[in-house]
Design a protein. Sequence first.
Length: 508
Amino acid sequence: MKKLLFLFIFTFGLFAAKKETPKKPNIIVIFSDDHALQGIGAYGSPHVKTPNIDRIAQEGAIFNNTFCTNSICGPSRAVLLTGKYNHLNGQYDNSDKTKIDTKQPMFPKTLQENGYATSWIGKWHINNHPEYFDYWKVLPGQGHYYNPDFIKMDNSKEKIEGYVTDIITDEALGWIDKGRDKSKPFSLVIGHKATHREWQPDTKDLHAFDGKNFAVPKTFFDNYHSRKAAAHQLMEVKDMRWDWDLKVNADQTGIMKRMNKEQKGAWDKYYVPENAKLDTLKITEKQKALWKYQRYMHDYMSSVISLDRNIGRVLDYLDKTGLAENTIVIYASDQGFYLGEHGWFDKRFMYEQSLRMPFIMRYPKVIRPKTVVNDMVVNIDFAPTILNVAGVQIPSDMQGKSIMPLVSGGVKPKDWRKSMYYHYYEYPQPHSVMPHYGIRGERFKLIYFYGKGSFWELIDLKTDPNELVNQYNNPRNKTLIANMKKELRELMVAYKDDEAVAMFDKEK
């Protein structure tokens, strides 16, 4: 009897000890392109339903104040990898003149060194081939929506038939299912092309918004009074290209050449009769602008539907295979986007619609369902957070910090940031948005534009949430501006943006 009791206690002790050492979590980052908060149900979109993205928020945490350091595609991905500002990681614009330094610490490198299987599948858009991934398969450049090409690890290209959002998801699930070393925890970035220009919907979604009239933003006909840089740009909806952007005479572009017979048939069945209703000779310039807005929103939101559907496929797969319980799922985009606000499409400006980005995270047993975080998060925090949840040491040169104290039920750090630093560089191509740096606090935003002249803007987000009035020259703001400039310079120094510091000191 004593032997049986000893055996029971010994066996139970082993079982308990085993339970106390949980497996490292798998990590999936679903990273879309140009997905505006205004196009996500969980963030209150009036335009579209996104039940699968919303599900991540319902089962985890939604972050309401997440900001990017530089609102443009490639540089934002470089920040995701490195946890550092672009002046340090090497890629500060989309041109081929700037490249990420692949020798620096990156989250996939650190995960690899700590026993993780790593992968990146889909849109890459960084000016070097992927490194520190056990497997990668990426779109060249921006990639194509229909029958896209992919670059493989041997640098050969493969054209795959189908719609890009479906294909990227197929490839990602295929790697999880059969391509990875299942003795290791895994980290996977699913990089989607959607919702990037030129917003070519999946044929099955072309009629999803039949009869819908999208609400026009109050600032659609902004006259840019008191904001010189806002007037100096080439990204207004009214100036969109009829062929590429708006699918009028699209057969004159390369869009149609990529389609197979079935795709082209479905495309023509939708767009030809819709385009036939348009008579540009009989409508005013204002009516043309509004027509373009409706077409833009139709195509953008249709690509959102496909994106959300495929995110649902990933969540369903995790449930079906039993991986969901030990897999962290993060949904984010590289930045926000303008959906007609200020009359614009695209991003770049340090105004809210492009500065703010979606960030939603599910971590079963750690993050309580329906958690809402209003604290200020910046995309330099993504890499440190990924390493933190993996239980590995965060490289000392990463400039962000893990957001886990905000959601894990512990004590939030007293020194959590109350402001963030921004620096945009790409000028003049392609949209003539002037380079600028600035600070965004809880209420006020101070921006310095340079490149073609130089000037400051001060925005009061409480009294002017649409960001229409530059308050910089108001004498009442003299002390406020002095304090914000002081804090701005402190952030520049802290983040080692030496060129900006030199520019600031010279201007001052």
